[in-house]
Design a binder for this molecule. Structure first.
Ligand SMILES: Nc1ncnc2c1ncn2[C@@H]1O[C@H](COP(=O)(O)OP(=O)(O)OP(=O)(O)O)[C@@H](O)[C@H]1O
Ligand SMILES: [Mg+2]
Length: 338
C-alpha cells in the first residue's frame, strides 16, 4: 500500500474517510504484534469487525477466534464461561468443562463489552493479563495459556475508572494500544459507499435487482446524525430492500426519526439571521440544536481534544465536559485523549 493512497475498504470494513484510513493503518500495525488491544467506539461502529480484522490478519489467523460478550452473560456464569470449571465445582457441574480462554489457546479471545465486567472478575482478568495464568472454577491446577486478548467497549472506561466502576490497573493493562473508531456522523463521506455495499449484500441475498435511493431521500440520510452508526444504516437498507414496492426509495419511505420535531426550525438566511416562521418555533430545541451542532464542529476541528474544543468555544474545560455529558455526546474519537 503506497503512502497517500486512499482505500475504500479493508478486510470487511468499508469506508474511505480519513478516519477510516487511519483505522486501517492502525489495524495493519497492531495485527502483527501480540499486544492487548482496547477497541473503543459507540454502538454499531464496527468494533467486532475490527477485532476480527486484527485476528485474521495476525499470525494467529488459522487458530481460534473466541468472542465473549461480558455484558450478556450473568456474572455467576461468566467466571466458568471464561475460565472453565472442574467436575463438581458447583451444582450442575457434572463434568469438567473448558472455558473460553482455554478454547482460545494459540488464538485470540475477544472480550466484548468489557466495561460491564463485574469487579470480582476484573481482578481475575487482571491476573490473566499479568501472569498469563488462571485456575478453572473449583480447580487447583494452574492453567497457562497462549492467548491474545482483544477487548471492546462503548463506554468511556477512563471515566468509569474515575467513578470507581472499573479498576484502574486493569484499564491500563487493557489499554496497551487503544483503537478508536469514529462515529458515522463524523465521517459522513462514508455513507454513500456503505449504502452501496449494503444494497448489494441485501439484494444479492434476495436475488433481486439492487434498490435505488432517490436524491431527496439521500440528502436527508446525509444530514442525519446516525446515533446507531453503521448498524443503523445497515438495518435501514435491509428494511428498504424488503419493503419498498418498486425498488425505489423516496422521501416518504423514510421512518419518522429522520424528520425531527423541529420542522418549524427558523430558516437561517444567508445574512445569518434566523427568520421566525409564521407558525412560531420551539426556541429551546432550536437553541439546543445549534449548540450541539457547534460543539460537534469544535470537536472535529480540534480532532477530539476537549481542552482545545472548549477554548474554541470560550468555555472552560469542565463546563464543556458537563455540556457533553448532558447532551450525551460521545467523544470517543481518534486522538481524543485530553
Ligand atoms: N465500516 C464498516 N463497513 C462495513 N460494515 C460495517 C462497518 N462498521 C460496522 N459494520 C456492520 O455494522 C454492524 C455492526 O457492527 P459491529 O457489530 O462490529 O458493531 P459494534 O461496534 O460491535 O456494535 P455494538 O457496540 O452494538 O456491539 C455489523 O453488521 C457490521 O458488519
Ligand atoms: Mg459489538
Amino acid at each position: 500500500m503506497k503512502e497517500g493512497q486512499t482505500r475504500t475498504g479493508f478486510y470487511k470494513l468499508i469506508g474511505k474517510s480519513q478516519e477510516m484510513q487511519r483505522l486501517y493503518s492502525i489495524i495493519e500495525k497492531v495485527a502483527s504484534s501480540d499486544s492487548t488491544i482496547l477497541i473503543m467506539g459507540e454502538s454499531g461502529t464496527g468494533k467486532e469487525l475490527v477485532a476480527k480484522a486484527i485476528h485474521f490478519l495476525s499470525v494467529r489467523a488459522e487458530n481460534p477466534f473466541v468472542p465473549v460478550n461480558c455484558g450478556a452473560i450473568p456474572k455467576e456464569l461468566l467466571e466458568s464461561e471464561l475460565f472453565g470449571h472442574e467436575k463438581g465445582a458447583f451444582t450442575g457441574a457434572i463434568c469438567a468443562r473448558k472455558g473460553r480462554f482455554e478454547l482460545a489457546d494459540t488464538g485470540t479471545i475477544f472480550l466484548d463489552e468489557i466495561g460491564e465486567l463485574h469487579p470480582s472478575l476484573q481482578v481475575k482478568l487482571l491476573r490473566v493479563l499479568q501472569e498469563r495464568e488462571y485456575e478453572r472454577v473449583g480447580g487447583v491446577k494452574t492453567v497457562k495459556g497462549d492467548v491474545r486478548i482483544l477487548a471492546a467497549t462503548n463506554k468511556n472506561l477512563e471515566e468509569a475508572t474515575k467513578r470507581g466502576e472499573f479498576r484502574e490497573d486493569l484499564y491500563y493493562r487493557l489499554n496497551v494500544i487503544p483503537v478508536k473508531i469514529s462515529p458515522l456522523r463524523n465521517r459522513k463521506e462514508d455513507i454513500p459507499i456503505l449504502r452501496d455495499h449494503f444494497i448489494k449484500i441485501y439484494s444479492d441475498k434476495r436475488a433481486m435487482e439492487p434498490i435505488v435511493i432517490y436524491d431527496d431521500a439521500m440528502e436527508v440520510l446525509m444530514k442525519y446524525n446516525w446515533p446507531g452508526n453503521v448498524r443503523e444504516l445497515e438495518t435501514l437498507i435491509e428494511r428498504f430492500t424488503i419493503l419498498t414496492e418498486n425498488g425505489a426509495v423516496t422521501l416518504e419511505d423514510l421512518p419518522e426519526r429522520f424528520f425531527p420535531a423541529n420542522q418549524h426550525t427558523p430558516i437561517v438566511s444567508s445574512g445569518g439571521i434566523p427568520h421566525l416562521p409564521p407558525e412560531g418555533i420551539d426556541l429551546n430545541s432550536f437553541l439546543d440544536e445549534i449548540e450541539t451542532n457547534i460543539i460537534h464542529q469544535a470537536l472535529e476541528r480540534s480532532q477530539g481534544v476537549k481542552s482545545k474544543a472548549a477554548a474554541l468555544l470560550g468555555l472552560n474545560r469542565t463546563t464543556f465536559i458537563e455540556k457533553l455529558k448532558k447532551k450525551g455526546i460521545d467523544t470517543v474519537k481518534s486522538g481524543d485523549s485530553q
